[in-house]
Design a protein around this ligand. Sequence first.
Ligand code: UDX
Length: 438
Amino acid sequence: MMKIAVAGTGYVGLVAGVCFAEKGYQVMCVDIDEKKVEMMRQGISPIYEEGLEELMQKNNARGTLHFTTDYVEAYRDADAIFIGVGTPEMPDGSANLSYIATVSRQIAETVEKDCLVVVKSTVPVGTNDKVEQFIRDFLVHDVKVEVASNPEFLAQGTAVHDTLHAARIIIGTQSREAEETLKRIYEPFGLPIVSVKRRSAEMIKYACNDFLALKISYMNDIANLCELVGADITDVARGMSYDERIGARFLNAGIGFGGSCFPKDTKALKFLAREHGYQLKTVEACVDVNSAQKTRLFEKARERMITFSGLKAAVLGLTFKSGTDDLREAPSIDNLKLLLAAGASVYAFDPKGQERAKELFPQGKHPGGGTMNYVSSATEALEGAHICFVFTEWPQIREVAPGTFKEKMHTPLVYDGRNLYQPAQMKAAGVEYYSIGR
Ligand code: UDX
């Protein structure tokens, strides 16, 4: 059986490692964080992801899954090394490749047998060529190393499912040998494989993410126009969804997209285009629409209120979407900053995101006069509130009945960034209700 090493145990690396182990490979996952590695050895996942801990524990126990901080041990005799480290956004919007470079150097200095290095991280087109050259430049032993691109399409919250049942596996290689190796690795998954050249594979990843992001920004743009012309975006989306050329998914207008991929990958592609002297106008528009969308509801509320100072604001949902504890680029962040700076007493509820939110917005007083409080249910947040914002579509929030807003809040005024409720029902319950595009 092939030996697989995985560099980085974030969403991409950890889920890939666990799923390879599940398919019976000997997998060694490498991370620099001692504490995290120790946790993972005990079967505790550093991220909340449905089904992940079960698979970790199962494969830890049957000896297919290992965690280490010692990259030499992991890379030395691996048949394939998957790189799944982060490529965070730089201040100018470009992708930071320093983690990729560090891992490449470590690989070059430790591999003692021929191996395939597979880049799973999202990287600008052309990076795999550089990674291959870099590794070859620094190789210590006389071995053959090739680099392949194998972008990851998992969505947070459904990461394990998305990996085991992916719509397709994209592999980008420059040689028949590398192509065969990757095809063999993925054979037990039984999924459709699209085999292309390396640069095309790198581009497929950005083209997919940015297309989906564009779809969302387009719907948000249309939603804003719907408000002005008296149409309802949820009805419009329903009407559109029957056209198979458009597709029924990712048509939900709302408070804008967040997360670790769309915001970063739209900016990175825009940057890549500019670097090549091209202006990617559609993607640039998508970024602009999204940044304005995130605070549209707050702006609406600001027009309605004299002040937020001294008001109790219920905030329902903090994570960038439901099913995850991730707050990266979440619209809630932009809005909490504004609310706290405007002096509001915020009472926030999120079923999974509160721990991470506390790191960004500690409990207590904030500059500008606002205070941050965390509560353990939606109804508790609503108790005596003067205004309520909905930022995430959690089921625990969706199930709050219109009457509960009226009953619990001091003034039933709701700004819903996820269109969770029917305007007519809210009105009938006596709630002043604002949502997106209706
Ligand atoms: C995304 C891609 O789906 C995945 O293929 C890629 O590998 C990584 O990026 P993820 O960021 O986990 O995954 O979440 P996703 O479910 O795609 O949602 C991204 C953002 O768009 C969220 O903030 C979500 O709330 C928002 N969104 C999504 C909408 O506003 N409307 C929609 O219709 C769909």
